[in-house]
Design a protein around this ligand. Structure first.
Ligand code: ME8
Length: 630
């Protein structure tokens, strides 16, 4: 097997559900992994979740569950999303797994045995959202310089890592290996930081307990970043020096967002130096997504749910958009308008059209069979050049450039169709040989395009490959070579790969959980229209399960002067009848009565789908039942 390739994503915190930023890093790493597999490398692609630390502990406490229960719930959200996005990771590591905890404790012991860990006292600041120790000098007007939130002051016994010892060695490494930090601009920033002096790093905490115990002193838990970074080793079987470990360590590239660059290019290499382990070859830090020009945040309600995007546009168009829209390494902005624009222009028009017009012509003029003939024309040179350039761009993780090259080729092939005009050749029997040749060349070009898009759009490529009748194992380095492998192949009838999205038309029904971006596209109404809804406050007086239904509860809702009504609600998965008695709710009273499981429902209680299931709409302050909502 030729050169091994080990690529990783960050392991994501489980205090929050996945969003577009997580999807971005993971899709990018996936495209790189798939490309390298196609080129014949032995690839190990790792992702996972970061489940310890104060942030996760806090979040779990707020939700009234144990940190492990929170992790167990949120991890499935990540795993499901990676499935729908067709992420081809070889392993998924969770930091609560025994294999990881052992690795972290061994790394700790190794560094301690070197004399690089000592007990002291930490007296400074800590930013929990960033899981970062800060000095008073670093604070900006009392706030964390990275996230702008207020840090807490700590004074506690702590173990320290002698990071200062590695300042010179790290600088020398950064200078000798310009490829270590990419892109270049980020490298300078880190060199400046290290030149400013490395202090010893606090690497344990005593004031909370959700973490891996320090070997020999379980009053302390290991600092979450010492824990998390070690995942890149533990997934390979460290501390056992297995063949697997020997094959894949050091990692070829850690793909991360720019928010966590310092942890990966200062802390991580110095931990590894202390443990006498080789350093990763590269850390690639990509840019930051905003949404409709604004920072993404829960309070703004503009967080983009990748699952929703996949539902609306499909996994491949979403993957394509993420990697094509923004140069890898720079910041970018997400909007559905831009997404639809790319979909129609690049996917429906350029790629989709090319595929359908060429296969349709083959059906018409060649009876669906690829002519067996010489194909060494002008197209072959264009394709060979594109393959070469894509390879160069992928080596630098310049996904946007690789895609530009592929699209330049697609457009070149579309022009070739126009220039050779097979429909005109088909009208003259004397030009049969020429027509055969043009069609064979076009089909060969389609075949190579299918391979080239496969790392980015695996489903579409598989569909195209099946139309072309390519055999299993079609995506190989050898397959990228121009040839005649399709000669005499019978081509299936192709469905359009990307039916166009018309302006303002959603390809799928409105999502279950519209976010702010989604809400903007819903048609506007005026006040009179709103007032047609008879919305009133109500109080639940009785609640009982509905026989044979796991979803429904039968409620009796007090509407004050308007009397009591029977309402059937699909909330049994989240609410127990006994918890509902006395609860204030919002009721839509003029909804036409309907029968649910044979029981009449005379209205609807309003609820919203949260990340963990339904939540009933309530009132902020006590209000008598029956009041009209306006
Ligand atoms: O930092 N734009 O986990 P995390 C682009 N557990 N990428 C974004 C993004 C945005 N707006 N928001 C998040 C952690 N990301 C640690 C990592 S690794 C040993 C431990 C992506 O859940 C980006 O990759 O906060 C960023 O680095 C990562 O999510 C942070 O994920």
């Amino acid at each position: 097997m030729s050169d091994p390739f080990y690529i990783t994503t960050p392991i994501y915190y489980v205090n929050d559900v996945p969003h577009i930023g997580h999807a971005y890093t993971t899709v990018a790493a996936d495209a790189a992994a798939r490309y390298r597999r196609m080129m014949g490398s032995a690839v190990f692609f790792l992702t996972g979740t970061d489940e310890h630390g104060q942030k996760v502990e806090k979040s779990a406490a707020q939700q009234g569950v144990s940190p492990k229960a929170l992790a167990d719930r949120v991890v499935t959200r990540f795993q499901k999303l990676w499935k729908v996005l067709n992420i081809s990771h070889d392993d998924f590591i969770r930091t609560t797994e025994a294999r990881h905890q052992e690795a972290v404790q061994t790394l700790w012991r190794t560094v301690a045995a070197k004399g690089d860990i000592y007990l002291g006292e930490y007296e400074d600041w800590y930013c929990t959202p960033c899981e970062t120790f800060l000095t008073a000098l670093q604070l900006q007007e009392g706030k964390c310089p990275d996230c702008g939130r207020e840090p807490e002051q700590l004074k506690e016994e702590s173990y320290f890592f002698r990071m200062s010892r590695y300042e010179e060695r790290l600088l020398a490494h950064l200078e000798a290996h310009p490829e270590f930090i990419q892109p270049e601009s980020r490298r300078n920033e880190i060199i400046q930081f290290v030149r400013g002096g490395l202090k010893d790093l606090s690497i344990s905490r005593t004031t909370f307990s959700w973490g891996i115990p320090v070997p020999g002193n379980d009053r302390h838990v290991i600092y979450v970043w010492f824990d998390a970074l070690t995942n890149y080793l533990s997934a390979l079987g460290y501390p056992d020096r297995t063949e697997h470990f020997g094959t894949f360590w050091p990692a070829d590239v850690h793909v991360i967002g720019k928010d966590i660059l310092r942890f990966h290019t200062v802390y991580w290499p110095t931990f590894l130096m202390a443990a006498d382990l080789p350093l990763p070859r590269q850390v690639f830090s990509h840019g930051w997504w905003t949404v409709d020009g604004e920072k993404m945040s829960k309070s703004k309600g503009n967080v983009v749910d990748p699952g929703e995007m996949v539902q609306r546009y499909g996994a491949d168009p979403f993957r394509y958009f993420l990697l094509r829209e923004v140069p890898f390494g720079l910041d970018g902005d997400f909007s559905e308008k831009a997404m639809v624009g790319r979909f129609n222009a690049d996917l429906a028009n350029d790629l989709g059209n090319l595929f359908s017009r060429v296969t349709t012509m083959l059906g018409k003029y060649c009876d669906g069979t690829v002519p067996r003939t010489d194909t060494s024309g002008q197209l072959s040179a264009q394709v060979e050049r594109a393959v070469q350039r894509v390879d160069e761009e992928m080596a630098r993780l310049a996904f946007h450039k690789a895609l530009q090259e592929i699209w330049a080729l697609i457009n070149g092939i579309n022009r070739h169709v126009d220039q050779t005009a097979p429909w005109a050749l088909a009208r003259q029997a004397s030009r049969r040989t020429e027509l055969d040749r043009v069609m064979a060349e076009l089909m060969e070009a389609l075949r190579v395009v299918t391979l080239l898009i496969s790392p980015f759009m695996p489903q579409t490529a598989a569909e195209a490959a099946s139309v072309l009748g390519l055999e299993a194992g079609w995506s190989t380095r050898a397959g990228l070579q121009w040839g005649t492998s399709l000669a005499s192949a019978k081509i299936a009838k192709a469905k359009p790969l990307f039916p166009r999205i018309e302006a303002d038309e959603r390809p799928r029904p409105a999502p279950k959980q519209p976010n702010a971006a989604g809400a903007k596209q819903v048609a506007q109404i005026n006040l009179q229209e709103f007032q047609r809804l008879d919305l009133r406050t109500g109080v639940i007086r009785e609640a009982e399960a509905v026989a044979k239904s796991e979803r429904l509860l039968k409620l009796r809702v007090d509407l004050g002067e308007a009397g009591r009504r029977q309402v059937v609600a699909g909330i049994a998965a989240v609410y127990r009848p006994s918890d509902l008695i006395g609860k204030s709710v919002v009721v839509l009273c003029n909804l036409k009565p309907a029968k649910l499981m044979g029981i009449e429902s005379q209205g609807m209680v309003l609820a919203v789908e949260g990340d963990d299931g339904l939540s009933l709409l309530g009132l902020d302050r006590p209000v008598p039942p029956g009041r009209k909502i306006h």
